[in-house]
Design a protein around this ligand. Sequence first.
Ligand SMILES: *Cc1c(COP(=O)(O)O)cnc(C)c1O
Length: 427
Amino acid sequence: MSNNSPGFATLAVHAGAQPDPSTGARTTPIYQTTAYVFEDADHAAALFGLKQFGNIYTRIMNPTQGVLEERVAALEGGTAALAVASGHAAQMLVFHTLMQSGDNFVAARKLYGGSINQFGHAFSNFGWQVRWADTDEPESFAAQIDDRTRAIFIESLANPAGKFVDIAAIAEVARRHGLPLIVDNTMASPYLVRPLEHGADIVVHSATKFLGGHGNSMGGIIVDGGTFDWSASGKFTTLSQPRAEYGGVILHEAFGNMAFAIACRVLGLRDLGPAIAPMNAFLIITGIETLPLRMQRHCDNAFKVANWLKNHEKVAWVSYAGLPDDPNHALQQRYAPKGAGAVFTFGVKGGYAAGKALVEGLKLFSHLANIGDTRSLVIHPASTTHAQLSPEQQIAAGAGPDVVRLSVGIEDPEDIIADLEQALAKA
Ligand SMILES: *Cc1c(COP(=O)(O)O)cnc(C)c1O
C-alpha cells in the first residue's frame, strides 16, 4: 500500500464495502430482498425519474450487488460497473446499449466458444451482425469497419489456448474509427491485465471464472472505463439522444463518464432482466478477496506444469505463453509480467485416442467444461466441446485431435504433476 492510493490486494479486500450501518456486520450482508420501502411519495417519484439514485427493485439494483460492482470497478480502474447474472448476460447488455438492428461489430476470431455462438446465432436474431478479424493482424479489424460498425470486441488473454493479445494495437484501430473497444478480461483477471490502461473503453467479465474463483456461482460484470465520448458522433443514440421514459434525459449529458454503466442498468437490465442473485454476488465478493493470492498461485503452478510437460516423452508440444521460447512470450511479458494465467493447451502423442485416454486416466483433475476453479480442470475439446466440427475446423479452432486443455488449480504442484504423470503413463 502506498501513501496515496490503496494497492491492488487492499482494494480486493475492501473496495466498495464497509461495516453494515444498521447491525455492524463486518462482512457484506446478503440483501435477500426483491424490493425496498420508499421514504415517501416524493422519494419514490425521484427514484423512478432518475433524479435520485436508490433502491427500487432487485432486478435493477441491490446493495450486495452494489459492493461487487464498486469492487470490480476499483480493480479494473473504471468509473462504474454493473453486475449481472452471467458473462453472457454482460455481453448481451453491452451490445444492447451500443447497437440498433442493422448495426454490426468486429470481433476477434479466437474467442470463448460460447461467445462465438452468442455473437453468430442469438445476436443475429436481434439484427446485430458480427464480423470476424484476426488479433495477430490489427488492420484486419479496420478492414471490416463500415458506417454501421459500433464496436470492436476482443479477449485480453484469448481462448482456448491462452494467447495474450496486443490490446494497444487494436485500441489504436478503434480510436482511429471513433469506436469503443470492449475487452473480455475473464481469463486474465485484473490481477494480470488491466485493459483500460491499454486503451480499452469497456471491460466485461464472466465472474463465474477467476473472480468468483471457486466454481460455485454464475455472474458477469460490465466495467465502464469512462473514456469514450458517446456524443462525438451520431452513432450511439441510446446515450446521446433524449430518453422519453425518463422525462427526456440524455444519459451521456446527465451521467458523464459513468453514462455507459448507467445505460446498461436503467435500460438493458431493466428491460432484458438478467439480474444477479444477491447470494451469488456475495460469493463472488468473497472470492475476489483472495484473487491476488489465487491468481499468482494459478500462474506459478501452470508454469511448473507446462515446463514439466514440455520435457515429457509422450507430449508432442506445449502452448503456454509463460515459457520463454513460446511465440506469445513477448506479449505476455509486456501485458502480464506477473504470470501467464492458468489455462493452456498441449498435444499428446497418439492423437485422438491418446487425448481421450489421458483425460479418462486423470484422478485429481476434474473432467468438465469450465475454467478458473480452485481445482485443476481438464477437457479434450475434440471429443467434447468441438466434437461437432470437421477435422479441418477443429484444427483451425485450436482443438485438433491431440489437443488437451488444462485449467491448472491451486493444489500442490507436485500432486498436479504426479496425476499427469500416472495418466500419461497409461495414455
Ligand atoms: C465463460 C466465459 C464467458 C461466458 O460467461 P458465463 O458466465 O458462462 O455466461 C465469456 N467469456 C469468457 C472468456 C469465458 O471464459
